[in-house]
Design a protein. Structure first.
Length: 185
């Protein structure tokens, strides 16, 4: 029988993990907003308005909704001296009232749940750029689309399973960790 060691659970994620997670998130959102603005530049009011609305939605969903609606129910909210991979537990502790740990899994329940809104914020610019490329092909737009796809795949195949979820104290309650199969690793 092979000796398998379990991944170390981090009470405090290394700052490099926090920067990688947030850096890739912010880059994804900025590329998405810029891509939408460039993709629909033939209709400036449409491109700029939709691009800015996307940026407001994406950043608000990640950096306002998550700390208020999800983080208070997470183990990292109650874990003294902790730092989750997004660092949002620290923000949440300052602005939100402690929640119920039994409600943490609800982050993935319902059509407009925080998990789905987060995924939507990552996928929306990709979906928006496909028609933009069809209507007016440009190499910079294709590069932005490729960058968004690469960031999305990097998030799902590297950041979540190898940097974030594998080391998370909440992985035994988190539906995302279960879906990725990292609970027993």
């Amino acid at each position: 029988m092979m000796n398998e060691t379990k991944a170390e659970l981090y009470k405090r994620y290394p700052i490099s993990s926090v920067l990688l997670y947030n850096g890739s998130t912010i880059l994804h959102f900025l590329l998405g907003g810029i891509g939408i603005m460039l993709g629909y530049r033939s209709w400036p009011w449409v491109g700029y308005t939709v691009g800015l609305l996307y940026l407001v939605f994406a950043f608000a969903e990640m950096y306002v909704v998550m700390p208020v609606a999800v983080c208070p129910h997470c183990v990292y909210y109650r874990l003294k001296g902790s730092l989750c991979v997004s660092g949002l537990n620290v923000v949440s502790q300052r602005f939100a009232k402690e929640g119920d740990p039994k409600r943490f899994a609800q982050r993935a329940e319902g059509l407009l749940c925080p998990n789905n809104l987060y995924l939507f914020s990552l996928v929306l610019p990709i979906l928006a750029l496909i028609p933009a490329l069809i209507l007016g092909f440009s190499w910079p737009l294709l590069v932005i689309l490729a960058g968004l796809l690469a960031l999305l795949l990097y998030r799902f195949f590297v950041i979540f399973p190898r940097v974030a979820c594998i080391h998370c104290y909440a992985k035994h309650q988190c539906p995302q960790a279960e879906a990725m199969g990292v609970r027993e690793r």
